[in-house]
Every structure is written in structure tokens, then in C-alpha cells.
Design a protein around this ligand. Sequence first.
Ligand code: CAO
Length: 415
Amino acid sequence: MGKALEGVRILDFTHVQSGPTCTQLLAWFGADVIKVERPGEGDATRGQLRDIPDVDSLYFTMLNHNKRSITLNTKSPKGKEVLVKLIRHCDVLVENFAPGALDRMGFTWEHIQELNPRMILASIKGFGPGPYVDCKVYENVAQCTGGAASTTGDPDDIPMVTGAQIGDSGTGLHLALGIVTALLHREKSGRGQRVTAAMQDAVLNLCRVKLRDQQRLERTGVLKEYPQYPDIEFGDAVPRAGNASGGGQPGAILKCKGWQKDPNAYIYFITQAAVWADICRVIGEEDWITNPHFATPEARLPHLKMIFARIEEWTKTKTKFEAMDILNAFDIPCGPILSMKEIAEDSSLRDTGTVVQVDHPTRGSYLSVGNPIKLSDSPTEVTRSPLLGEHSSEILELLGYSADEIGIMKNERVV
Ligand code: CAO
């Protein structure tokens, strides 16, 4: 059976991280993704954070699987001619240039629609319309302006960004959904449309529970699930909550056996109301099941610090994996803090294709994250990222250029 997006042609004008994560997903679902890169240098990430001299970086290879690469100077007249043919050939143009760059290249939305009314133009920008619409943006700027940084970190410390790339990869995911939706809509309308995802908006979408809490705070003056309660007065904005879940099921990161030497010997422990009695039995505090100070979720809120300190006395006697096994037997939600090393070596993640080993002609074998979204009839086969301009000739031939014409373009550094 064919891949879900087989036959869909993507003109991939993306670079760095946010856009490439989007087009990589589409490629994994079977779309033909043609990545257009500048002759000579290509996507800047090919040369960034290199661990092997003169070899495409892991940064690039891990974001550009299953794609083809054509080099093209889209600012030269001949390059523009090729780009016009590509726009006519493809279904979707995806880009994450700085604001206005595509227009400056001569390819406004109006012009693209004239060239191909079925074309979907999908863009990532840092901000939507407003005071910052013209700004260039990287990951952490989006985390800071989308509400993630002000709500992440220790209550007494500075705002904190998270290691999860919610600004870049998070926005790429949002854009991919927009593209697939526009493709579906095109089936009915016969026309393409613009799809835009701003990084600030995507981060805010992922932080929507914090906007929930902002309004709860404004109405009640207190957030009882936050570590500030009941000792510290709340200000007028949602504070940083440390590792508290802040939600309906209080949680905390607790030390496990070996924490003195191992920076990841911790477990996340959730005191889900449904299993409170089991938690009390596991830690040896059976009287807490009926004690009015602990018996209900509401009664427990002022005592959460003391409760988690007591549970930690228990978790410190177990490794994080022993604790996980014991707690899981009672359906108590918990999760060991896994290091990247542990994740890389996890056989079940390899079995499902979430962690994959990929071969590359110049770098050799490396590990990558495969497609986290599994389709039963369209499984993902992860293939290596393209070398710079690896498919230039075959794509130009596909567009109708002769070998001689391609040779001239190469000599003139158009490709
Ligand atoms: N041929 C000729 N010119 C090309 C080209 C090609 N194949 N590909 C790109 N260019 C040109 C662009 O047209 C642009 O030219 P002008 O400045 O004259 O218009 C120039 O290259 C630089 O593009 P850029 O401004 O997008 O790149 P940058 O490195 O200066 O900025 C970034 C990078 C990411 C900050 C910016 O692209 C941006 O803000 N993008 C939107 C937000 C985003 O996606 N951020 C995530 C980044 S990390 O994932």
C-alpha cells in the first residue's frame, strides 16, 4: 500500500529547525520533499555544531531525512525561472525565511497564486501581525514571548527556557497540521490557500494551561496547586511553579536511591486522587487514608510539601526503576527521569522506530528520532538526509532541462 501523502509535492524552502521539522514530517508520511538550498553553502545548519570536520552536522541530518536537495540561486534570473517551474510542479511551498524575504525575492503570495492557483503557501514567522511582525526569531525568543519562560523554573529564580524545542519543532508541528488541512480543503475548493504559524502563537498554544491559571489567579487570588501556597503571597501574574504539576493531580520530582552521585536518579511522582489509598499503603502511612488532613484532594493541598517529603523518604530507598515497578503495580502514575543516554539505549523505543539508526555516506551510522506519529497503513521508513545538491540534476531534468542546460547552470553557479 502506498504512503499516506504519496503524490504530494513539497517545495521545501525551509532552513534551520522550525521549517525543516515540518517538511520532514510530511516526507515521512510519503510526500516528495524537494529542499531548495543556496549553491555552495546550503542550509546553514549543515555546517553548525559539527562533530566531524567537513561532514553534514547531526543538526542538519536529524532534521532533513527523506528529502531531496537541489541547489538554486533564486535571486538570479535563471534561478527564478527554475523556481517558477518548481512552483508550477509542486502542491505546497513551505518557507521560514525572515519576514518579507520571499516577497523581496519576487515571489509574493499574489504572484504565486497566478503561477499556480492550487499552490498552498505555508510559512513560519516569529510573530503574527503586530508590533514585532518584522522581527527575526529563534527558539528561545519564542519561548520567552509565548509565555513558557515566565512560567518555567524555580519559584525563586530567573525565568527559564526548556530543552524541548517548543518554539521551533512545536511550530513545525502546527504548520504540518495546517498544510494537511489545506490540502484536504483543496480537494473541495480546488484552490490553494496561505497557511501561517507564528512561533509565539504556537508556544502560547502549548502554554494554554498557564493562561487558564492566569484567569484563575485573577478571580481567586491564589493557586492552591502551586508551591507558593500556602506560605507565599501571589503576585498578579502566574508564577513559576518549579516541578509542581500545577494541575488537578499534584506531582513532584523526588530523589531516588543513588541521587547523591547520579544527576538523574529521580522520579516524577503524581498523587492521583484515585490511588491515594494505595500511595498511603506503599509508603506505610495507612492512617492518612482516613485522617481528615489528608483524606481528600482539597484537604491535602496545604500539606503537599510535607506529603511529598514523606513520599521521598520512601523513594530514596529505591532506584527509580524499582520505584516505577512497585508504583505501576498499583496504577500510581509516575515516571523515572531518563537521561538521553538511557533513552538512546532503550530497546523498546528502537523497536517502535521512535529511535532509529541511520546510515550516511560521509558520516557513517548515527542515531535519530524517527517519526513519533504512527500510521497503521503507512509506516515510516527513515532514510538519510540528502547531500547538498545531490538531486539537482534529476530535479532539473524532471522540469524539462537538457543536460547541456544543466551544465551551463552549474558553471554559472545558478545551481
Ligand atoms: N538563493 C538566494 N538567496 C537565498 C536563498 C537561495 N536559495 N535562500 C535564502 N536566500 C536569501 C533570502 O532571500 C534572504 O535574503 P534577503 O535578506 O536579501 O531578503 C537571505 O537569504 C537570508 O534569509 P533569512 O533572513 O531568512 O536568514 P537569516 O539567517 O538572516 O535569518 C532566521 C534566519 C531563522 C532568524 C530567519 O529566517 C527567521 O526569522 N525566520 C522566521 C522564524 C523562524 O523560522 N525561526 C526559526 C529559526 S530556528 O528554527
